[in-house]
Design a protein around this ligand. Structure first.
Ligand code: BGC
Length: 686
């Protein structure tokens, strides 16, 4: 890898050579996913690709590429190594087709269960989000391909996404929405960042001096460059920043076409003294730095070798799908199915044969794979001569109902009559938000009917956002959440159903019982907004932070997920009972035993509780976790590192992170509500 000195030398050498006109050329996109070249200096086109679930077809000259499970599946795995491997594999796929930047990860926080893009993102919780984002970015960049965390920041809904003005207080902005970006920048050093479409407190992000220059660059030390989201700078009916405002804010690259950075405008404003060439140089330096980092000026043979659609990438896609599956209910221990004891299964529902990997299906994150294993295909492979797959639920030993949402309009679903006049119903996709919290009515009817016909029914769900289950959950004793499991999904599902894989996914979201329990859904002001303003009145109380504060029982709590075995967490101790600075950390060691009948993985989670309450703090906040594998009967010690800075709140008066003096309690368990151990730690500043 090229040293920092070498990078800076090369950057200055190039900058010296560039003419003003050439600099202007570098500040704008060329065609949809490229930038301009300057052949005389060896500056090639910087090709970018969507992201973040694999290499999209629409930005890779219509190629088919490995379709990994959705971001929400990865987050539900709570597995940092898998996040790294996934990033690395996507980096290799990008390299294989000469793309130098992957437009991902998507790390916006889950605020409302109606957001169309939840499947691309990770969680309602900033800690889990960053813990997945950091290795993912490192993985991509290990291939000398730039990552591009997006959409910076608070793009939490699709309704009016290009014009909505997010009204948010400083503390919520810092603690909930900026936090994962902050830590990802500081710990993974992403080479680019994409600004979001929306405005924050009256300002477009791509023109915000506060959010780009002051926060991202000066405070966090971001060294890469900022690009806009696509066509964000057009006139959408809300005043755009001026060219000089965008320059001073620190926006380097306007995508995909020049508007603010049109060369005539740039020149005119420079001549009028609205900004200086020195300011442009600083933007170009950032861009050139990345060009050097991705190896633009090096010999191909010295760079990492690309790889696409390989067996190991497909196997990784399957493993990710398996690890993200969450077992929500298994009250009668119907799962895992015993292949030697069952003769027939009925396989029903609209998602039995559904393929999710089609061009632009769901938006920019769509990946079209060379093949896609549907649930039916996965089951056929698994069952072969052993179990007969039938259609008649009344005659089957077990019924599998494949239900849920999709990225498409439900219009095509013939079984779903209600959607004829509600085309978006059931759809989770970029550009639109969901319109209903429940499953399409025809699906609800089907679930109820089948549950009556055959009590041995398992509901398998595709969805990223929480959905209402109110109307049918009481009678459904077995529910599996599989999200959008990617090209190997059908195999992963069959492996979990038949017990080859013991489920270990945990919810990265609180599932509310009803939409109005969700903190974003108090009024149309809080979602989807009124007069192009959306009010984040809940402040820092997003997700489980809100449910715990208001004592609202969720349908399923954050961090929850069952296993086919049982774990016991005991004897937690800490190597320190005192922390003395924000840079300090401690290690919790806890015992965990697998006391059930099968091997499996468990996620040990740690939540912090701040000392009594001079400052308004959530009851608990996730500050650490570790996923461990235990054989049947095995007992292990798990170590979990807790960083003092994760115990902090954002002090708006001082404009900095601060930790209250006194006793912080660390709650250790296997979900946000199932706590087995507690440890007290004193925070005493030196
Ligand atoms: C999306 C981005 C995407 C870009 C390029 C935009 O509409 O919001 O996430 O990377 O298009 O396709």
């Amino acid at each position: 890898m090229i040293s920092e000195n070498q990078i800076e030398e090369k950057v200055e050498e190039l900058l010296e050579e560039l003419t003003l006109e050439e600099k202007f050329k570098l500040m704008v996109g060329f065609f949809r996913f490229q930038t301009n070249t300057i052949p005389r200096l060896g500056i090639k086109t910087f090709k970018v690709t969507d992201g973040p679930l694999g290499i999209s077809q629409h930005s890779s000259m219509l190629r088919k590429n490995t379709k990994f499970p959705a971001g929400i599946n990865l987050a539900a795995s709570w597995n940092r190594e898998l996040a790294y491997e996934c990033g690395e594999a996507i980096g290799r796929e990008a390299r294989a087709i000469n793309r130098l930047c992957v437009l991902g990860p998507g790390i916006n926080i889950g605020r409302t269960p109606l957001n169309g893009r939840t499947f691309e993102y990770y969680s309602e919780d900033p800690h889990l989000t960053k813990e997945i984002a950091i290795p993912f970015v490192k993985g991509i960049q290990s291939q000398r391909v730039a990552a591009c965390p997006k959409h910076y920041v608070a793009n939490n809904q699709e309704t009016n996404r290009r014009t909505i003005d997010v009204q948010i207080d400083e503390r919520a902005l810092q603690e909930i929405y900026l936090r994962a970006f902050n830590d990802t920048v500081e710990e993974a050093d992403p080479w680019t960042i994409m600004s979001s479409y929306n405005l924050i407190n009256g300002e477009y992000v791509h023109g915000s001096y506060k959010l780009l220059k002051e926060t991202l660059m000066d405070k966090w030390g971001f060294n890469g460059f900022v690009m806009t989201d696509w066509w964000a700078t057009q006139n959408w009916g809300v005043t755009q920043p001026t060219t000089e405002e965008a320059i001073k804010a620190g926006l380097t690259l306007e995508m995909p076409v020049p508007i603010l950075y049109d060369k005539e405008i740039l020149l005119e404003k420079l001549n009028k003294g609205k900004y200086t060439e020195k300011e442009v140089n600083n933007l170009i330096r950032r861009l050139l730095r990345v060009y050097v980092q991705v190896g633009m000026f090096e010999n191909e043979k010295d760079l990492p070798i690309g790889e696409r659609n390989s067996k190991r990438h497909q196997e990784l896609a399957r493993k990710m799908a398996e690890e993200g599956i969450v077992l929500l209910k298994n009250e009668k221990q119907l799962l895992p199915l015993n292949i030697d004891e069952i003769n027939t299964i009925a396989v029903l529902g609209p998602n039995v044969k559904r393929k999710f990997g089609k061009i632009l299906l769901g938006g920019a994150a769509a990946v079209t794979p060379p093949y896609e294993i549907t649930p039916l295909k996965g089951l056929k492979e698994k069952c072969k001569e052993k179990v007969r797959i039938i259609k008649d639920a009344s005659k089957a030993d077990v019924v599998l109902l494949f239900m849920g949402l999709n990225h498409d309009s439900n219009k095509k679903l013939t079984s779903d009559k209600i959607t004829k006049d509600k085309p978006e119903y059931g759809k989770e996709s970029e550009v639109v938000d969901r319109t209903e919290f429940g499953l399409p009515t025809a699906q609800v009817e089907l679930i109820k009917k089948i549950l009556e016909i055959n009590p041995n029914t398992i509901v398998v769900l595709n969805n990223a956002n929480p959905i209402s289950m109110e109307e049918w959950i009481e009678n459904a004793h077995t529910i599996l959440e599989v999200w959008y499991p990617g090209m190997e999904g059908g195999r992963a599902i069959a492996n979990v159903l038949f017990g080859d894989v013991n489920p270990s996914g945990k919810l990265p979201w609180t599932f509310p019982k009803q939409l109005k329990d969700s903190p974003a859904h108090k009024s149309t002001k809080t979602f989807p907004g009124e007069n192009l303003k959306v009010f984040y009145e809940e402040g820092i109380y997003v997700g489980y932070r809100y449910f715990e504060k208001e004592n609202i029982e969720p349908l399923f709590p954050f961090g929850f997920g069952l296993s086919y075995t049982t774990f016991e967490i005991t004897n937690a101790i800490s190597d320190k009972n005192k922390l003395i600075s924000k840079e300090d950390s401690l290690t919790i060691t806890t015992e965990i035993a697998n006391i059930g009948e099968r091997a499996g993985n468990e996620v040990v989670q740690v939540y912090s509780e701040a000392p009594a309450k001079a400052i308004d703090r959530p009851l608990k906040e996730l500050v650490g976790f570790e996923k461990v594998f235990l054989k049947k009967g095995e007992k292990k010690s798990v170590e979990i590192q807790i960083k003092a800075k994760d115990l902090a709140f954002y002090d708006t008066k001082k404009a900095e992170w601060s930790i209250e003096k006194g006793k912080h309690i660390l709650h250790i368990g296997n979900s946000s509500t199932n706590i087995s151990e507690k440890i007290e730690v004193d925070y005493k500043q030196k």
